[in-house]
Design a protein around this ligand. Sequence first.
Ligand SMILES: C[S@@+](CC[C@H](N)C(=O)[O-])C[C@H]1O[C@@H](n2cnc3c(N)ncnc32)[C@H](O)[C@@H]1O
Length: 527
Amino acid sequence: MSSPEVVVKKNFPDRGNGLVVAKDFPAHSEIFRKIPEVSVPDSDHRSQICANCFLFAADTGDRVQPGSVVKLFSCGKCRSTYYCSQECQLQDWKAYHKRECKILASLARKVPPSSVVLLMRILMMDGDQRDRFYKAMENLMSHIDDRGKMEDFPTLVLMSKGAKEYSGTKLSLDRVVEMLCTVMTNSASIPNPSYDTVGMMFDSVISLINHSCDPNAVLVFNKNVLLVRAVRPIKKGEEILITYTDNTMPMPHRKEQLRMRYFFDCQCTACFPPGLTPDPRNDFTCPECGTPFQPYPMKFHRSAQLYNDIYECSSCHYGFPNAPNVVADIEDEIARTGIADVSRIESDDMASGLVSKLKQLYKLKTIPIHRSPFIEVLANLIPYYIKQHDWNTALRFIGIEYFLQDEVRSWQPEFASIRLAHMMRFVVILLYLITTGNCSKDLEHYSIDLRECLWGLVTELERLIPRIYGENSTFEIHVREKYRKEMLKQMGPVLARIHMSSTLEQLGWYKEMDKIKTYAKDFLDQP
Ligand SMILES: C[S@@+](CC[C@H](N)C(=O)[O-])C[C@H]1O[C@@H](n2cnc3c(N)ncnc32)[C@H](O)[C@@H]1O
């Protein structure tokens, strides 16, 4: 495992400490890798994750479900911590679990939130490890004053009380609260291959990496190993910058998230001066002619005053009397339709109600389909229809997500790991449609060669995954071992041989994928 001596800590007046690289790194290269100092499985996923190496065991065991089908076993004492092997169990026992096992056992499987379990692990460190770690923590930002003003601060104090009591630490409650705030500012989630959060990690070196909405690096996990990889060339002395938010969201949403969770106003090159760089993530659409426009810059733009806050559509010259008001109107529309309220879809009625609202809002034309709240609605509808085994409808919505949302939203699309997760879901839906042969009349009408689409998507995944995750990642193994194997079985040896010697262009993949795009788009355009 390489240690991070390729990076140096440096102080920046506007953002505290950061990490700069000590040599040049080309795009797609690994800067360094590290096992985070403390990590814990997510409280809701403890039985699906090895608490030591973070191997994800698929809960369904289904053959096309991403995730290795491994049997985990639980610790015989606490029954709430799972491992994939005795070796992993022993390593975790020595490093952390021997100190927390009794506590977890006394809680009778009602494990506290991951941030509390992680804090307990820190509070129960001993000897040199503790002294070194506490010192490193003191140099990190906690934003305790900002958090003290938040509505949920009493909950943080309660969580700290719990961690103090369970761990038996002699530190004062104030100090424990401050440590929890440091954990909240500096921890990161660990995703599984489907991009669900399955764990939480804290590391005093990784914590030093600052944010940009136009990042030059990404953090990716390969089981419990964290890799810092360059997404474009980084010159010696340049700061490593990653994104802390969902980087496919428009600027105001990103700014809001950063303010709420990290307490700073992002002034990165993608955010300031606003509107300087054309950025499709921020676009609304002119209600008259459908041309994209960005109303947000008007608030800051010097020329805004000159034009008395009038924004003119560059195409049809429709005038927006006051650009920020246009945004407010749109937000009212979202509230009126109730479309953003989709935390969980529980019934077919609820799902079809949402779908009709989605179509209504789409027809208004001011909010393009790649923006919120469409993003959240789709993100909820797709898993719902997958769960219902309604593959025809699921394909329609994944088509909208893949072609109409992701292609516009993805800033640095090659590195948007969320896009990879969407592609994997696309593959799963196609595999089910092919294996069950359960295509609706409507879908048949488009004469789509679903096998061709599947072949191309898996090939694309195999090209993109090593660029993001490096060679031999668990993601790559999933795709090779599950999707490609299953796909080859479906194709049969003759067809497979032909495909292997042809390019996607020759196979007509793009043409077939366009048909899925039409299938998805027609649905939105239908009354
Ligand atoms: C994970 S820490 C990064 C290390 C931090 N700079 C330090 O000195 O401890 C996150 C905090 O760093 C600051 N930060 C990170 N990126 C920033 C940026 N682009 N502009 C301003 N502050 C930033 C914010 O205060 C944020 O809450």
